[in-house]
Design a protein around this ligand. Structure first.
Ligand SMILES: [Zn+2]
Length: 483
């Protein structure tokens, strides 16, 4: 008698995974892999076909197509991904031709949009290169970039019946930067638009953030490698709980002279600021979606790409509040979330897809930002990267990719841990639509860094002491620490 192996329930994982979306975060991916190869690898990895393809409308180093009114803004070095794919239009055409729907993704924190008036402004009035999403003028510029992409896809799709544009996704993982040193946390934007918003909604509040130490230090703590943050911050947290966290993590060492009553007052101010900025952010997101889709009859799924933390420190949004806002059908500004499913908050009302990368797009963006700043003279000059030779930069990028890829959740087995989709009566079970698999593999970093265009800097010629300290350079490129 032959022995018949049994079937275990997890072997259904691909069937219960839901709809798969293939995310191509940068067109540089298509230099090494054709659309057909990417689609085949997706099927091989996840066991299901990709239903839709997510394509970017802009890259960290420039635009992917000309946008009327933005003459002079550089085109990305990935705007022509390969010899056969000569531009964004060719990529869209190829995927639509493969009968795949398109979702356009847009990360609005690009450093190449000119005009100081649009940018994030720090405590001392210094502008950072990224536009502040709260500025209505940014909405027009960013909306035109996304809107032009929508028009391009719609135009091509009108000649290819059967598939088309189904969604637009805003990557909100890094709208609000954080930096600083111990006791001097910088996480507030003081641009004219933000200042006006706070003056109108919570007068007097902003002045408490214009000094050091300010209320942020209760939940944020700068370290030599980045900003540590408290992740267990729910929307219902009380000032007492905030001070408790600050004591437990010893963040209160940033307030050397403060008594409990003062710390509670700081916690109160912090909560008011976080709530006010959340409504500012969601309003700006809604305005951007509206502007990009104005005068169109089609309704596209409006997606927010989030990290998946209970409170998104650099998105300025509580996940749980998105659930509540979603129930307000008249006024909600989004239809779906993409997030890394963590042990924190899992959406109960908003339909979502599991983004199969830890911290979702946050670390992926950091990688492309780093690479993008090496190919732009002004961006490179503004960072400590100007002190590194081209070869050192190339090595830095390849090494950074290895670390970023360590967060990939790219295997069928990773689907097993996702919340169920329906049938078992679990809370929140039905709202997960599917998952997003990322078209980036471990080898990508070496290939990408080999072919990267790096502008030579004076460091390529100058002699430098042998014991030059690179770690100080990396320390100066601060971001959020992982937990
Ligand atoms: Zn601002």
């Amino acid at each position: 008698m032959t022995y018949k192996p049994r079937t275990f329930s997890i072997s259904n994982v691909s069937r219960s995974a839901g709809e798969g979306v293939l995310d191509v975060p940068s067109l540089s991916v298509l230099r090494y892999k054709s659309p057909a190869v990417l689609l085949k690898e997706f099927k091989d990895t996840w066991g299901v076909e990709a239903r839709a393809i997510a394509l970017p409308v802009a890259e960290a180093d420039g635009l992917l197509y000309e946008v009327d009114g933005l003459g002079g803004v550089p085109l990305s070095s990935h705007a022509q991904p390969s010899r056969t794919l000569k531009g964004f239009e060719d990529v869209v055409e190829e995927f639509l031709g493969a009968k795949k729907d398109i979702i356009l993704t847009f990360c609005p924190t690009m450093g190449y949009i000119p005009g100081e008036g649009l940018q994030i402004c720090d405590i001392s009035g210094v502008m950072s290169p990224q536009p502040c999403i709260a500025n209505p003028r940014s909405t027009e510029v960013l909306g035109a970039i996304l809107g032009t992409g929508i028009d391009i896809v719609q135009q091509i799709a009108s000649r290819k019946p059967g598939s088309g544009l189904i969604g637009i996704a805003l990557d909100v993982t890094d709208l609000w930067g954080m930096s600083g040193q111990l006791g001097r946390v910088e996480a507030t934007c003081f641009c004219t638009a933000c200042t006006r918003h706070f003056a109108a909604t919570t007068p007097e509040l902003l002045k408490y953030f214009k000094t050091f130490p300010n209320p942020w230090s209760l939940l944020l703590r700068p370290t030599p490698t980045g900003i540590d943050f408290a992740s267990e911050v729910s929307p219902g947290i009380t000032p007492e709980e905030i001070v408790g966290i600050a004591r437990q993590r010893n963040y209160i060492e940033q307030f050397p002279k403060s008594e409990q009553s003062e710390l509670l007052e700081y916690a109160n101010l912090l909560l008011r600021y976080m709530r006010s900025r959340q409504s500012l952010t969601l309003g700006a997101v809604g305005a951007l979606f509206d502007y990009a889709t104005q005068d169109l009859d089609n309704k596209f799924t409006r997606i927010l790409i989030m990290e998946g933390e209970t409170y998104g420190w650099t998105s300025g949004i509580w996940l749980e509040d998105l659930d509540n806002e979603f129930q307000d059908e008249e006024n909600r500004s989004f239809d779906e979330l993409w997030l890394n499913v963590t042990t924190g908050y899992i959406p109960r009302s908003v339909p979502y897809r599991a983004y199969m990368w830890r911290r979702s797009r946050y670390t992926i963006n950091n990688f492309f930002d780093l690479a993008g700043s090496l190919s732009s003279a002004s961006m490179r000059a503004n960072t400590m990267l100007s002190q590194m030779s081209s070869e050192e930069c190339r090595r830095l990028v390849a090494d950074r990719w290895q670390r970023v890829h360590g967060s990939a959740l790219s295997s069928q087995a990773a689907l097993v841990s996702l919340p169920h989709r329906s049938g078992d009566g679990e809370t929140g079970a039905h709202v997960r639509r599917g998952f997003v698999g990322v078209g980036l593999d471990r080898e990508f970093g070496d290939r990408f860094s080999d072919q990267m265009v790096i502008l030579p800097s004076h460091a390529d010629n100058a002699a430098r002491p042998v014991d030059f300290d690179f770690s100080s350079i990396l320390r100066n490129m601060q971001g959020k620490n992982g937990n």
